[in-house]
Design a protein around this ligand. Structure first.
Ligand code: SF4
Length: 196
């Protein structure tokens, strides 16, 4: 700003204060960037980083996405389970590529095969030792009703005579697609579970 030194400038003290305040404000506005509104900044930050959900939804999402299967394959349906686990059908897409030999580390039992009464106490004991919450898929005609051997004195006519079954997969043996469909049905069931 150019100052005309010939111009006579006489200010009262009130005028002087006013001129001084205007000069300072003009300098401040010209030399500083506008400070961002803190509330607006916080709202943007929360929008990008905070997700609200319910405890039930979160627990069910974690459980259905990481089913750990107990090894329990007493007969030929096990071959189809192996096929489902291999690269073509790729069960690991559903978070369940881990098979456990210990029932204490498993929450899903896939009963793939014929069960005899002699083996029944062991299956019951394994189920009882599994961690809660736990689920059972009965895979194949033998697991559902005893199948071809249903009339035999030595065969259990379905696992549901011993333990609660959540999903049944018919077939002799069921194809891997059928097993995957059963797992998706079980995941839907877990998603609706009330935990609290
Ligand atoms: S349902 Fe068929 S394939 Fe499966 S265990 Fe029984 S006989 Fe074997």
């Amino acid at each position: 700003m150019e100052i005309d030194i010939n111009e006579k400038q006489v200010y009262s003290s009130t005028e002087l204060n006013k001129v001084e305040a205007e000069t300072i404000e003009a300098l401040r506005m010209g030399s500083q960037q506008v400070i961002p509104d803190p509330d607006e900044w916080l709202a943007q930050e929360l929008k990008g980083n905070v997700l609200l959900t319910t405890v039930d939804f979160f627990l069910n999402w974690a459980r259905r996405s990481s089913l750990w299967t107990m090894l329990c394959f007493p007969a030929c349906c096990a071959m189809e389970f192996m096929s489902a686990s291999a690269s073509r059908f790729d069960l690991s897409r559903f978070g369940m590529e881990i098979l456990r030999a210990s029932p204490r580390q498993a929450d899903l039992m896939i009963t793939a095969g014929t069960l005899t009464w002699k083996m029944a106490p062991q299956i019951k004991r394994i189920y009882d030792q599994m961690a809660e919450p736990k689920w059972v898929i009965a895979m194949g005609a033998c697991a559902i009703t005893g199948g071809t051997f249903a009339q035999s004195y030595s065969v259990v006519p379905g696992y549901n005579h011993l333990i609660p079954v959540d999903v049944y997969v018919p077939g002799c043996p069921p194809r891997p697609e059928a097993l995957i469909h059963a797992i998706q049905m079980l995941q839907d069931k877990i998603a609706k579970r009330k935990n609290l």
